[in-house]
Write a new protein. Structure first.
Lengths: 227, 258
């Protein structure tokens, strides 16, 4: 008998309550597995954002047990969440960069911390992503000088540089072109090809067409369907 | 009457809770230091050096003139009593034991404590703390702990600078600009200073540094949703820092001198 692979994120008995209405999962468990590309559709934009923040362990759900790679995570203990967060890329208008560091330092922060290496050379992936996103000439400037679109691109590059197991993206059409010409989109596709799961909220039909599953939060229900 | 007692009780419980939270935060930060984790050590050291630079080095242009003015003012006043009291001993008692640590602390509260509270508050409101956590980095390690070490080191250093500048600089100013009788000043100081005076100054500096940092971090990192909550937190942090430092000052003085 073939065993079912453990999903990257699994939330059992999930209930959300962001827009005043409590929504419950129709199945016993909401799962995000390797290679999943999930488009989220919600009645209100707040629900989509709330769901992404729950998946990123930034907010607890109204109810539900969060598991990452099969291990239960106590979302009230922020220290337990740190190791999980490190494996999740989160790109949303609410995401930020450290304003007292340059863009380069922001991109290298993980290396500074985890490798005790304060050298400021970008690795090949980050360097090519920055070039592709047109951020190379801004690397030594503070995030405050970037436009909203550039800032989201920079955050995307930073999160992709983490080589996360899951990418959570809100409104990707606001900062990347959904076409073969966009380096960030191409890298996202490459990541999906190598097993990274992507969960996104988008109003762009081309981006939604990229999904292989749909997650709908409507009428007090959370439903997942394969495309 | 019942309402008054109820309000008093609630306020007391809130104050005790806040004190317990401050103690818990101090404990958590102290626990990071023993032993200092290998992960992130280079980054932590860099942030400590930056904090010492902001709090100590950049405060020197403020501390030195204040120390000169205070020192010369005290020498001028006490020299009027020349012959009746020991000028050097009086200065040591006033400057090393009380005025040095307190004025230095007030300057640090005005300059750095408010800055740290605002910085922490903005980091919360603008989701920069979330950004650190999303990188898997514990904000207590990279944001709070370096500030604790940096500000405490800076206050102790600034107190020593204040004491030296107030005594030596104050003497030089009075000697150079007045005809007041200040002969034998340094001999009197040498007789007046005991190791305890210097130790108490350093001890007060260390306690003030810890208190100021923890109070500012506590108010700065408290949950906020709006920018308008930042000035309220800053004001509360500054007042709390000042009050706690006064209490600690009296407490330490009582232990050593009563």
């Amino acid at each position: 008998m073939e065993s079912i692979p453990t999903p990257i994120i699994g939330i059992t008995d999930l209930a959300l309550a962001s827009s005043g209405i409590s929504s419950h999962c129709d199945s016993n468990r909401l799962a995000v597995a390797h290679g999943d590309v999930i488009a989220v559709f919600t009645d209100s934009p707040a629900d989509g954002r709330h769901l992404l923040r729950i998946l990123a362990t930034l907010e607890p759900p109204e109810r539900g047990e969060y598991r990452f790679n099969g291990k239960t995570v106590d979302l009230k203990d922020y220290r337990q969440c740190l190791a999980v967060k490190r494996q999740i890329g989160y790109v949303a208008p609410g995401a930020a960069m450290l304003s007292n560091q340059t863009l380069r330092e922001n991109l290298l922060l993980s290396r500074f911390y985890f490798e005790n290496d304060l050298t400021i050379d970008l690795d090949i992936t980050l360097d090519s992503l920055c070039k592709g996103a047109g951020l190379s000439r801004m690397l030594n400037r503070r995030p405050s000088v970037l436009s909203d679109g550039e800032l989201l691109k920079a955050i995307t590059v930073r999160e992709m540089g983490k080589a996360p197991a899951v990418m959570l993206i809100e409104q990707p059409e606001n900062f990347m072109e959904i076409s073969e010409n966009d380096n960030i989109f191409n890298h996202l596709k490459y990541m999906v090809g190598s097993g990274t799961a992507v969960v996104f909220v988008s109003h762009n039909s081309e981006m939604n067409g990229f999904a292989n599953r749909q997650l709908t939060v409507a009428g007090g229900e959370i439903r997942t369907t394969s495309v | 009457m019942v309402n008054f007692v109820g309000a008093l009780g609630r306020k007391t419980i809130r104050s005790v809770n806040r004190l317990m939270d401050l103690c818990a935060l101090t404990y958590r930060l102290a626990a990071i230091a023993v032993p200092l984790p290998r992960t992130g050590r280079a980054l932590i050291k860099r942030v400590i050096v930056e904090q010492v630079y902001f709090t100590a080095v950049q405060a020197l242009p403020v501390i030195i003139p204040v120390a000169l003015i205070t020192g010369s003012m005290l020498i001028v006043q006490f020299s009027q009593l020349s012959g009746q009291v020991d000028l050097g001993k009086l200065l040591v008692v006033r400057v090393l034991r009380e005025i040095g640590p307190l004025i230095t602390t007030i300057i640090v509260i005005l300059r750095s404590a408010t800055a740290v509270t605002i910085e922490m508050s903005y980091m919360c409101v603008l989701h920069e703390i979330d950004a650190l956590e999303m990188a898997g980095i514990d904000p207590l390690h990279t944001v709070c702990f370096p500030r604790l070490v940096g500000i405490t080191t800076a206050i102790v250093s600034l107190i020593l600078v204040f004491d030296l500048v107030a005594i030596i600089g104050g003497y030089a100013i009075v000697k150079g600009t007045t005809i007041l009788p200040v002969e034998g000043f340094f001999q009197q100081i040498a007789k007046g200073v005991v190791g305890t005076d210097i130790a108490v100054g350093i001890l007060k500096g260390a306690f003030f540094g810890i208190t100021i940092t923890v109070t500012c971090l506590y108010h700065g990192l408290a949950r906020k949703n709006q920018i308008t909550q930042v000035p309220v937190a800053t004001s509360r942090a500054a007042v709390d820092c000042f009050f706690y430092c006064l209490v600690i000052n009296i407490f330490i003085s009582f232990i050593f001198y009563v």
